[in-house]
Design a protein. Structure first.
Length: 740
C-alpha cells in the first residue's frame, strides 16, 4: 500500500508478467471474500425457535456440530476447491480437499534446549540439599546453636575441609554428609557447653567444574552448582546438536561409566533420572544420534523420533502420542530407504480399528523410515441440510427412513409467510450430480405428503417474497407511496392503509387501478378502471377491490392543490412592500394595486421582475453554450504545416476562446423577465404588457434616477446630474468629449 504510483509503473515496465500476477491475486482475494452458502455465519436467534413442533409431539432434530466446533487439535486445514453450485451446502463439504500429508516436521525435543539455554540457575531440575549431601571445600554452612549457649553464625569450609567452631576450634567436615557433619559438631561442642545442641544447614553450595563433550552446541568445561544434575550440565552446554543423540547421555567419572541418561524419559514423561551427583572432573558425553524415524500426518506430535529399543510401528506411533481420532488407519504409508540402493513405499494394511494395534506391532521399522498417516474423509456421510425460510437452518443428523416431516414438523418451524413451494436438492450417485425435487410445503406440514430423505439432501424452504415476489404499487396522494408485498386477501383499502392513508390533497371520489391479464399464455394485456377510493377506505365493501400481483393504484390530487400557498414578493418604490398571496390568473396590475400603487419617486420603466423558471432556462442555455464552445475549440499542435503565422493565429483563437469560457462561467443565467409598464396603471392594465403573475415571482420597483451615465471612449467616463432640456452633446461635453 505504501508503494508510489511511479514505482509501480516502473516495476510493471521491468516485469510485464507482474500485472497478470497481481490480477490473479486480486481475483483470488475477491473469491475468498465472496459470501458462499457454505461459509459459517452468525445468525440471530429467533425467539419463536424454542416452540418448534409442539403440535407434532416431538423434539426438533438437533443440528450436527459445525466444522469449527468439532475441529481437533492437529487436524489439517481443509483446502476449498472452486464450487460450481455456490448455493448447495452439501457440495461445500464434498468439494473440500485434504492437503498433502507428510509436510516438513522438526526433530522431537530440539526446542527444549533452545528455549531453556541461559537460565541454568533458575531451572527447576536442581535437587534440594538433603541430609545425604556430601560437603566439600567452598560450601557455606549456617550453624544454629542452642541449649547452654545460643548463637547463629555462618561458617565456610576452607581448603583443608574444616570449619571453625566457637570455643572448640577447627573441625574437619569435608567428605561428610550433612547429617554426619551435624553429629560431629554436636559432639565437639558437648565438651565445651553443657546440654548444647547444634543444627546446620547449607547456605551456599560450592561450584564444580565438569566437562561436556561430544555432539553438543558448546562443548567445553563448565563451572556449575554441585547440586546440579547431568541434565543441568547439558542445558549449560546448549543441548545436543542436530546430529547429537537425545536418547543417550553418558556420565563418566574418570574412565568409569556411572550412568546413561535417556532424555526421552524426561521429555515425554517428565521423569528425571536421579543418578550420581556431579563431582569436579566429571565428564558428560553426547554420542551421535542413532536410528531415526519420521512420523507425519494425523498423530498428536508429528516429529522426527530417535529410536532406542523401539522396533515396531506401534512403538513409534506411541512416541508420537498416538493417532488422532480423525486418522485413517487404513491409509498408513511408510517411505523406506533401502540402504545404499533406492527409496520405496510400503502400505500397512489395517482391516479394522480393533486389530490395528496388533497389525502395527507386527510391522518392523528401520532407520530412515517416514511414516505417513492420512486423515479420514473431511465430510459427514450421515447428514442432511435445512436452509431457507426457516428458524433453524443448518446441518442435521440423518438416520435410515428419515422423512421431511422430521425437519418440518409444523408451521412454527418456518418463518412467517412461507411460499407454497419447497424443494429437495439431492445428490445422485455415483457422481453426486445435484437434482431438484419440488414438493408442496403445505402438504408436508399438514401430513398429506410423506417424503423420504437421503444422505446429503438439502431441504430448501422458500419465502413468499424471495422468488418472483407478488408486489403491488400505489402512487399519488398517500403518505408513503411505493411498492408493497401483496399479502393474502389484500384489498384496495388495505393497501391505502399500509401506505399511511390518504393525504389531505387526495381526490377521494375516484382513483385509478391498472392491472395486467395474461391472455392464453401468449401475451400480456393491460386494463385500467376507476375505483371508488373514498368509499373503499370508509369501509364500503362493495366499493373495495381485491388486488392482484402487479396492480398499480393511482390516487389523484385535488384540482388546484398545488396553487395553495402561491405568493409573490413586491419591494422597492410601492406603497406597501411585502409578500402577497395570489390566485390563479392574477396579473401584474392587480398586485401593484394591492401594494398601494407607485410612490412619487418610483421609476416603473426600470421595474425588475424575476421568475425562477426563467433563471433555470437561462442556466441551461449558458451550460449548452459552454459545451458548444469547448467542443469547437481549435486544437493547437506544436508543429503546424502552415508555419509560425498560422500557429500564432491558432494560439490567439484558443486564448480568446478561454477568455469567453471564463466570462460565461463567471456569469450565472439571469432570471429577469422584461416588462414595459408606466406610472399610470390604467394605461397598460389588461394589455399584453400586463403579465400574469406566477408563484415565487419577485417584483422590484427602483427609484427614478437623477443622473446620466457617460461611458466608453470618452476622456472622463462618469455620471452627470440630469438637467431637463439638455441634449446628448451637452452631456458628452461634460465627460471631456470623445477620444481620438
Amino acid at each position: 500500500p505504501a508503494m508510489s504510483t511511479a514505482r509501480m509503473l516502473e516495476l510493471l515496465q521491468q516485469e510485464p508478467a507482474l500485472l497478470e500476477k497481481l490480477t490473479a491475486a486480486a481475483a483470488a482475494a475477491a473469491a475468498a471474500l465472496s459470501e458462499e452458502p457454505g461459509t459459517t455465519r452468525k445468525r440471530p436467534v429467533a425467539t419463536r425457535a424454542e416452540a418448534i413442533a409442539p403440535e407434532a409431539g416431538m423434539a426438533p432434530p438437533r443440528p450436527v456440530a459445525s466444522d469449527e466446533e468439532t475441529a481437533t487439535a492437529g487436524e489439517p486445514e481443509l483446502q476449498r476447491r472452486p464450487i460450481p453450485h455456490l448455493n448447495l451446502p452439501s457440495l461445500v463439504e464434498l468439494y473440500s480437499q485434504l492437503p498433502a500429508t507428510g509436510g516438513k516436521v522438526k526433530r522431537f525435543g530440539s526446542d527444549v534446549f533452545q528455549l531453556g539455554t541461559g537460565n541454568s540457575d533458575e531451572l527447576p531440575m536442581d535437587l534440594p540439599a538433603g541430609p545425604d549431601y556430601v560437603l566439600g571445600p567452598g560450601d557455606l554452612l549456617i550453624l544454629n546453636l542452642w541449649g547452654g549457649r545460643a548463637e547463629r553464625s555462618e561458617r565456610a569450609i576452607d581448603r583443608q575441609g574444616q570449619i571453625a567452631l566457637p570455643e572448640a576450634g577447627p573441625v574437619a567436615v569435608a567428605g561428610l554428609t550433612i547429617a554426619q557433619a551435624q553429629e560431629v559438631i554436636r559432639k565437639t561442642l558437648a565438651g565445651q557447653f553443657r546440654e548444647e545442641r547444634a543444627e546446620i544447614s547449607l547456605g551456599r553450595v560450592r561450584s564444580v567444574r565438569v566437562y561436556v563433550v561430544g555432539d553438543v552446541q558448546r562443548p567445553g568445561a563448565y563451572d556449575i552448582s554441585s547440586l546440579s544434575t547431568p541434565l543441568n550440565a547439558l542445558y549449560s552446554a546448549g543441548g545436543p546438536t542436530a546430529s547429537g543423540s537425545l536418547r543417550l547421555l553418558r556420565h563418566y567419572r574418570g574412565a568409569r561409566l556411572l550412568a546413561e541418561v535417556d532424555l526421552y524419559e524426561f521429555l515425554l514423561r517428565g521423569v528425571r533420572a536421579e543418578g550420581e551427583r556431579l563431582l569436579p572432573g566429571d565428564t558428560l558425553l553426547v554420542p551421535p544420534v542413532g536410528a531415526q524415524v519420521t512420523v507425519a500426518g494425523m498423530v498428536r506430535r508429528p516429529a522426527i523420533y530417535e529410536l532406542r529399543g523401539e522396533q515396531s510401528l506401534a512403538d513409534v506411533v506411541d512416541l508420537a502420542g498416538g493417532p488422532l481420532v480423525s486418522a485413517s488407519l487404513k491409509q498408513i504409508q511408510v517411505e523406506r530407504i533401502e540402504a545404499h540402493a533406492r527409496r520405496t513405499m510400503l502400505n500397512v494394511a489395517v482391516a479394522d480399528a480393533a486389530g490395528a494395534r496388533e497389525k502395527l506391532a507386527a510391522f518392523r521399522v528401520q532407520d530412515g523410515d517416514r511414516v505417513l498417516i492420512a486423515p479420514i474423509l473431511p465430510y459427514n456421510e450421515q447428514v442432511v441440510f435445512l436452509e431457507g425460510h426457516v428458524f433453524r437452518p443448518g446441518r442435521y443428523a440423518y438416520h435410515d427412513g428419515m422423512k421431511v416431516s422430521e425437519l418440518l414438523g409444523s408451521y412454527q418451524v418456518v418463518m412467517p409467510e412461507p411460499d407454497e413451494r419447497a424443494e429437495i436438492i439431492r445428490l445422485r450417485a455415483p457422481d453426486y450430480r445435484p437434482e431438484t425435487l419440488p414438493f408442496s410445503l403445505a402438504g408436508v406440514l399438514t401430513g398429506n405428503e410423506v417424503i423420504g430423505l437421503e444422505p446429503f439432501d438439502v431441504v430448501r424452504v422458500l419465502g413468499r417474497y424471495e422468488a418472483d415476489p407478488p408486489l403491488v404499487s400505489i402512487r399519488g396522494a398517500v403518505l408513503r407511496p411505493g411498492e408493497y408485498p401483496l399479502t393474502q386477501g389484500m384489498t384496495l383499502a388495505g393497501l391505502v392503509q399500509m401506505a399511511g392513508g390518504l393525504e389531505r390533497s387526495a381526490y377521494r371520489q375516484t382513483g385509478d387501478l391498472s392491472s395486467y391479464v395474461v391472455q392464453n399464455g401468449e401475451q400480456v394485456l393491460l386494463e385500467r378502471r376507476e375505483v371508488a377510493v373514498g368509499r373503499a377506505v370508509a369501509g364500503d365493501r362493495a366499493a373495495d377491490v381485491a388486488l392482484k400481483p402487479g396492480d398499480v393504484v393511482g390516487i389523484r390530487q385535488l384540482s388546484g392543490w398545488q396553487d395553495i400557498g402561491a405568493a409573490v414578493t413586491v419591494s422597492g418604490e410601492v406603497g406597501y412592500a411585502g409578500t402577497y398571496g395570489i390566485q390563479l390568473g392574477e396579473r401584474l396590475s392587480s398586485i401593484l394595486r394591492r401594494a398601494g400603487g407607485f410612490r412619487e419617486s418610483a421609476y416603473p420603466e426600470g421595474a425588475v421582475l424575476e421568475r425562477r423558471q426563467v433563471g433555470e432556462l437561462a442556466e441551461q442555455s449558458r451550460q449548452e453554450m459552454i459545451r458548444r464552445i469547448e467542443s469547437a475549440a481549435p486544437r493547437v499542435q506544436p508543429s503546424v504545416t502552415g508555419g509560425q503565422e498560422q500557429f500564432g493565429l491558432l494560439m490567439a483563437m484558443q486564448l480568446q476562446q478561454q477568455q469567453v469560457l471564463a466570462a460565461l462561467r463567471s456569469r450565472p443565467g439571469s432570471p429577469r423577465l422584461i416588462v414595459k409598464i408606466s406610472p399610470r396603471i390604467a394605461e397598460w392594465e389588461n394589455t399584453p404588457a400586463d403579465l400574469e403573475i406566477r408563484a415565487g415571482d419577485t417584483l422590484f420597483i427602483p427609484k427614478r434616477p437623477n443622473f446620466v451615465l457617460i461611458a466608453g471612449q470618452v476622456y472622463n467616463p462618469s455620471a452627470v446630474t440630469y438637467l431637463p432640456g439638455r441634449d446628448a452633446a451637452w452631456y458628452l461635453e461634460q465627460a471631456g468629449g470623445a477620444t481620438r
